[in-house]
Write a protein that binds this ligand. Structure first.
Ligand code: SF4
Length: 378
């Protein structure tokens, strides 16, 4: 679908907006002062496909650790600042790529301008925006409780302030925990402005609920071409935010990363332990970045058809299954051997298609890259 045209904003080595690929981001939930733990989480998030990472900077002690985090982090770092403009200045000094700032809570226009000047001088992008949960009551009063209009007015006031000296490397976010509000406010903003949008449904909740809310809210906006970077907010391990974000982008054919696994829901015709098979395949491929179409189907009704459209698929029979590759039957295996056989065929497919050698880590049931004698990836 055509993307809404926005101005490009440089964030470290990434571009947000201006037609660049939609950037997937997440936020660490470690204590930023614990540098090793924070860097380990950033590395795990990068391995999962995360492209931009935000860290909370609640105090000077956390700000003092940023230099080391920025130096070793595998991803451009965004500093999340509230209440104290000196934390933003320290973060810019530490070399972060972007500052997330709430101009309404850091002590007045002069302090906001001081941060903007420093950001401009150092090529650091800014993210400003409004959150329905923390909107100043004056805005709500002015628009008689109309949250969408109140948020729009709030962010437009912020933009007037941060762009007063001509700085335009600004990303905007307009978030609500309510999906419909999130959609309406982002549509309204995108109709008026060309600043790139950071999309998210805030405080979306635990993994399953938050993923559904984010998929609905972000999906509707992305399908209209609105949105330049996304964060799926989920309670828990932030790697799930990244996998959920890519599933949303893949479902809309916007970006590819990792396999798509199609699986039937099973019914009374199924004579194979399908749930176990699907979980096994998901486990097997969870760290793989290759965009493959895999199918795990329960029986002969849709099974061979769906499995044969896939790069690699299983069509279940009676306690056994056929493995298909691009419509061709490769082999038939009894259920106990089926997953291992599938793993072997998948490793072969990846070797041929991507020239990468993988081996099955049987303890974790994962496909992993082989290391050569020098310890590098083959
Ligand atoms: S593929 Fe077969 S087992 Fe799966 S839902 Fe369809 S009919 Fe049922």
């Amino acid at each position: 679908m055509p993307r809404k045209k926005t101005r490009p904003v440089q964030v470290g080595n990434l571009v947000i907006g201006g037609g660049a690929p939609i950037v997937v981001q997440s936020m660490t939930n470690t204590d930023t002062r614990a540098v090793a733990a924070t860097l380990a989480q950033i590395e795990a998030l990068a391995a999962a496909g995360c492209e931009l990472i935000r860290v909370a900077v609640p105090d000077q002690e956390a700000a003092a650790k940023l230099k080391e985090i920025v130096k070793h982090a595998k991803l451009p770092v965004v500093a999340d600042i509230h209440f104290d403009y000196r934390l933003a200045l320290a973060a810019i000094d530490a070399g972060v790529a972007k500052i997330r700032l709430n101009p309404g809570n850091i002590g007045g226009p002069d302090r906001v301008k001081a941060v903007v000047r420093a950001a401009k001088a150092n090529g650091v992008a800014l993210r400003v925006g409004a959150n329905a949960g923390s909107l100043h009551r004056d805005y709500l009063a002015r628009y008689e409780g109309d949250v969408v209009q109140a948020m729009l007015a709030s962010v437009e006031d912020q933009l007037e302030l941060v762009t007063a000296d001509g700085y335009d490397q600004i990303v905007v976010s307009l978030k609500s925990s309510d999906v419909v509000e999130t959609i309406k406010i982002n549509e309204a903003f995108a109709a008026r402005w060309d600043f790139p949008l950071h999309l998210g449904v805030t405080e979306a909740g635990i993994r399953w609920r938050g993923t559904i809310k984010s998929a609905v809210g972000l999906g509707i906006l992305l399908n209209q071409g609105i949105g330049d970077t996304i964060r799926v907010s989920l309670t828990g391990d932030p790697r799930h935010e990244v996998t959920a974000a890519f599933e949303i982008l893949k479902a809309l054919h916007i970006r590819e990363r990792g396999p798509v696994v199609v699986a039937c829901p099973t019914c009374g015709r199924c004579q194979i332990g399908l749930e176990e098979l699907v979980e096994g395949v998901e486990e097997l491929v969870q760290d793989l970045p290759y965009p493959l179409h895999l199918a795990v189907m329960g029986c002969v009704v849709n099974g061979p058809g769906e499995a044969s459209r896939a790069d690699l698929g299983i069509a279940g029979g009676k306690e056994a299954g056929l493995i298909f590759r691009n419509g061709e039957i490769l082999r038939k295996e009894k259920q106990p051997r089926l997953l291992t056989a599938f793993a072997e065929e998948l490793a072969q497919l990846i070797r041929e298609k991507y020239g990468v050698n993988l081996k099955l880590n049987r303890a974790k049931f994962r496909l992993e890259e082989l290391e050569d004698e020098e310890g590098g990836k083959s």
